[in-house]
Design a protein around this ligand. Structure first.
Ligand code: IPT
Length: 960
């Protein structure tokens, strides 16, 4: 049976060969972006192509915006799957139900459109297959959604009333090659442009610009289809194309992205180039640039916008690069397809290392465990080679691109080998990456995803065995630290390994941004929210940024962990040691500062730290600090040190802090123990200092005039995080489901005894889940000195606890009016035992609503670490309650309960109630990354063990 073009395995027909992306030409061009006529059909439409005929009247059709996805413009709906194909797997056939969008756009040539030469119609991205006509003449068809496709159209153009007709099929044979973990979003989602091609235009060109780090020289050679000249005025270079020239230059690195403006002139065209000189190599088993090994502090970036899907405008792309730079990220893997070409211009300009990945993933075949995987079937090899060529040819002139990646999660096969061979031949000056082949025969780096810390350490030590070839390779984690929901946990421990072992050249966090689509009912929608099946739920929301690009705590944590300067402090000698962790740069862009804070920022002294600007990569310096002021002795004193930008850059403002640290100088003074007062009857209640208790249950009813909405009681439950719940395929124990099965989400509290003694009220409870013989016995001992009320909780486990606890502490309910928090401890953002490196001890305040981290799927969030004391007040200076921890505690306050948080599926399910729920935790379980990677490291587990902790409650008056 002969298959229609959208189902046959060919990459397309009628198009031009791929060539370099070229933004800087002086040849005329006409953007065809904007409003297009649009008609959606439920199937591929067979032979009825009458809409493409010259003169067809589409006045009755709808309109869509190009670039865009029709499913985000009111026609049909998005569909999310991770690995599974959303249609029956029978390659290369696709369903008859194949949403097909016919697009029409009329245009006139501008009056000054040159009469000579020819023209090209260019599509930068169409998902997933298109057939194209101009003025009724068929031009051809193509597949390869995130790749450019061009057609020669000069002979068909007329001055006015030109019509481009494009038929786009959602499903095609190409869909089998595009099984990336993302929304399926059909449409013409990148630019459509008409390009004038003058006689003697450049055609394709390839800039080779290497750097010799020993000589300090760069060698430039621009190969071009049409002979011409290359000039670099700043370097006095003026050479013929194809001819090499060597001159002294400053090299390009992601840290100092030095670009030289150049011009490529051919008889028909002048093209502005931006040349960066750098040499990428595998040297001594390491990835080096300009002779130095580098450490990837990377992220995987999908293209995403909450309203526009993968149709990104320039401002959004720039925002991504700026945000990455501002958070110390130095590398991007373009997961899992070449990005909009302008994104790479920004990487060149602002400085990021790029692994440019081909638009290829066949993940759904791996789970099926049967044959048929296109990467190992010769019939598909032309399509794979076409994709490789379209990637490399388009992006080959970017200094930022240092590695080509064959694709993601395809398994192994002859097609991939052919791609690798072609790329090596075409561009021997870059390295090759592919994760999916353990033999590593076609990659220059041993790459893995989600390997746990222990395995990464073995690899770092070279104790991982494996094929001989692989043992000689450097190691990168092309994906790690799955940033789904709260987390990722364990970043610090990974970074320590990367910094310890040369072979470990860093990694790329999965992933940059949550793909939550803005939705009127849900706030942000994820898989299943459009009624689609099958789907993979909120696995699509696993980024370091929320869908609107607000940094999530994970990004702030990552920023801190990968900061380019390390500080250590020795309180005995009063010295700070400063280490330059850049791979290339000295510290001349940074200014340094020290600050002593005495009980917080209100009493602080600071001064400059004289770090030598010429301190090179890897070098350290020890600096003596001034003595802390005398006032520091009576206070809890912290030392904050920071490094901030002091020279003009193109990616951030002056004074932007790139690195900082927080150290204890003098310890926290002991908390006075409030004792002495006696419990005394007071009506039906019992009074002890400012506390009023229910005489029968021993429950605290009020502190001073603040009537509690819920009495303090022992609490172990948290609304499980995505990482607690874990991915279904995880081999390790997944505690979220286990906890629920045990009943930790519905513990029963049995009152055993209320004892009002001489100096204390003692309440004994046993807290346990139904149907189990596990329990926590808790003794609550209340004492007071008349002013302050102290609660000491002693916990003794009973039974054979095989699981860690989510949390251990008490929770209480205060009136919603006490909605403003102050605290002294970690902040301003959340932290858990294995996250929150960005959290820093100081005095912080914000309203309770603002303490919530709005994960797209609501879950445990918002704990502040190491809190000495917290206050909840009616407003910033209003009256309220003060809680002092002994020892410091995890402080969480929220306008809804854990039960409500746990039940919520979307942000919009959470509505503030009449209670501020306050959690005072002695322990929290770490977060880990088990939603796709390893779980919580042993040192961050919250094991069940006897524990004792105390809190002191007082009322605070309104400030005058
Ligand atoms: C890995 C994929 O490469 C990536 O696209 C994404 O799906 C990620 O997981 C999780 O969000 S594959 C996984 C099975 C290890």
């Amino acid at each position: 049976m002969e298959l229609p073009y959208h189902e046959d395995v060919s990459p397309g027909t009628g198009g031009l060969p791929p060539r370099a992306w070229c933004a800087g030409s002086d040849a005329a061009s006409l953007s065809l972006n904007g409003s297009w006529r649009f008609r959606l059909s439920p199937g591929a439409c067979g032979p009825d192509e009458s809409f493409a005929a010259d003169g067809f009247d589409a006045a009755a059709w709808d309109e869509v915006v190009v670039p865009g996805h029709w499913v985000l413009q009111g026609h049909g709906a998005p569909h999310y799957t991770n690995q599974q194909y959303p249609f029956p797997v029978d390659p290369p056939r696709v369903p008859t139900e194949n949403p097909t969008g016919d697009h029409l756009r009329c245009f006139d040539l501008p009056a000054d459109w040159p009469a000579d030469g020819t023209a090209v119609l260019r599509f930068d991205g169409v998902e997933s297959c298109a057939r194209v006509w101009l003025n009724g003449t068929p031009l051809g068809d193509f597949k390869g959604s995130r790749l450019p496709h061009e057609f020669a159209v000069g002979h068909l153009l007329r001055p006015v009333d030109n019509v481009v007709a494009v038929r786009v099929h959602q499903w095609s044979s190409g869909s089998y090659l595009e099984d990336q973990d993302q929304w399926w979003l059909p449409g013409i989602f990148r630019d459509v442009t008409l390009l004038h091609r003058p006689a003697g235009a450049a055609g394709d060109f390839f800039t080779h610009a290497s750097y010799d780090h020993e000589e300090g020289t760069g060698t430039l050679r621009v190969d071009c289809d049409v002979p011409g000249r290359v000039t670099v005025p700043e370097l006095g270079v003026d050479v013929a194309t194809g001819e090499g020239v060597t001159v002294p230059v400053e090299p390009w690195t992601a840290e100092r992205p030095r670009l030289y403006d150049a011009v490529l002139s051919t008889p028909g065209e002048r093209i502005a180039l931006r040349v960066g000189f750098r040499t990428v190599a595998l040297t001594g088993g390491l990835i080096t640039v300009n002779g130095r090994p580098l450490l990837f502090r990377g992220v995987n970036r999908h293209e995403f916008h909450p309203d526009h899907g993968r149709a990104l405008d320039l401002a959004t792309m720039r925002a991504d690069v700026m945000l990455m730079k501002q958070h110390n990220i130095n590398a991007v893997r373009t997961a899992h397809y070449p990005p909009h070409p302008a994104f790479l211009d920004l990487c060149d300009e602002l400085g990021l290392w790029v692994i440019d990945e081909c638009d290829l993933e066949t993940h759904g075949f791996m789970a099926l465990g049967r044959g048929g995987n296109p990467v190992d079937d010769d019939r598909w090899t032309p399509a794979l080679l076409d994709r490789a060529a379209r990637t490399v040819e388009r992006d080959k002139n970017h200094p930022s691109v240092i590695v080509w990646s064959l694709g993601n999660e395809c398994g192994t096969g002859r097609g991939l080998r052919a791609m690798a061979a072609w790329i090596r031949e075409r561009d021997p000056d870059r390295l090759l990456h592919y994760e999916g082949d353990p033999s590593c025969q076609d990659t220059d780096m041993y790459s893995r995803m989600y390997a746990d810390h222990a395995e990464v350490e073995r690899i770092g030590r070279g104790e991982d065995g494996g094929p001989e070839e692989r043992r000689r390779l450097p190691f990168v984690l092309c994906e790690y630290a799955h940033a789904m929901g709260n987390g990722p946990g364990g970043l610090r421990e990974y970074q320590d390994l990367f910094e310890r072992y040369d072979r470990l050249q860093g990694g790329f966090v999965w992933e940059w941004i949550d793909h939550g689509l803005r939705h009127p009912e849900f706030g942000y929608a994820y898989g299943g929210d459009f009624g689609e099946r099958p789907h993979d739920g909120n696995f699509v929301c696993d980024g370091l940024c929320f869908p609107d690009r607000t940094p999530s705590p994970g990004l702030l944590d990552y920023m801190q962990v990968i900061q380019p300067v390390r500080f250590t402090y020795d309180p005995v000698s009063g010295t700070v040691s400063v280490t330059n962790l850049y791979d290339f740069a000295d510290l001349s862009e940074l200014a340094f500062e020290w600050t002593y804070l005495m009980d917080g920022p209100d009493r602080a002294v600071s001064g400059p730290l004289d770090v030598p600007p010429e301190l090179g990569p890897g070098e350290s310096v020890e600096l003596k600090l001034p003595e802390p002021p005398p006032a520091a002795r009576g206070a809890e004193t912290r030392l904050h040190v920071s490094a901030m930008i002091c020279e003009e850059t193109n990616w951030t403002a002056l004074d932007h802090v790139v690195a900082r640290a927080d150290f204890a100088v003098t310890p926290r003074p002991p908390v006075p123990v409030a004792t002495g007062a006696r419990p005394r009857p007071c009506g039906y209640d019992l009074a002890l200092g400012p506390g009023r208790f229910d005489v029968r249950t021993g429950e605290l009813r009020a502190i001073g005039d603040v009537t509690l909405r819920a009495a303090p009681r022992l609490d172990v439950w948290r609304a499980t995080t995505d990482n607690d719940d874990g991915a279904p395929w995880q081999p390790d124990t997944r505690y979220g489901p286990l906890w629920r099965d045990l009943g930790l989400d519905r513990m029963q509290h049995r009152l055993d005894d209320v004892e009002s003694g001489d100096g204390a009220l003692t309440v004994r409870t046993r807290v346990a889940p139904a149907a189990r013989d596990l329990a926590l016995r808790a003794v609550h001992r209340w004492t007071s000195d008349g002013e302050a009320l102290r609660l000491t909780v002693s916990v003794t486990p009973e039974g054979d606890w095989q699981v860690p606890l989510p949390r251990l502490g008490i929770r209480l309910g205060l009136p919603a009016a006490l909605g403003y928090a102050h605290w002294f401890g970690g902040g301003p953002g959340e932290a858990y035992p294995d996250t929150g490196s960005a959290s820093c001890v100081s005095r912080w305040h914000r309203d309770v609503g603002g303490m919530q981290t709005p994960y797209v799927r609501p879950q445990e969030n918002g704990a502040r670490a190491d809190v000495r004391w917290a206050e909840l007040r009616t407003r910033s200076d209003g009256e309220g309650v003060r809680i002092v921890g002994d020892p410091a505690f995890w402080f969480t306050a929220r306008p809804w309960s854990t039960e409500q948080l746990d039940a919520a599926a979307h942000r919009t399910d959470l509505v503030p109630g009449d209670t501020v729920w306050v959690h005072l935790d002695h322990g929290q379980r770490g977060i880990g990354t088990q939603s796709c990677g390893p779980g919580v490291l042993p040192q961050h587990e919250l094991r069940v063990a006897p524990a004792e902790f105390a809190f002191t409650f007082t009322t605070v008056a309104r400030e005058r």
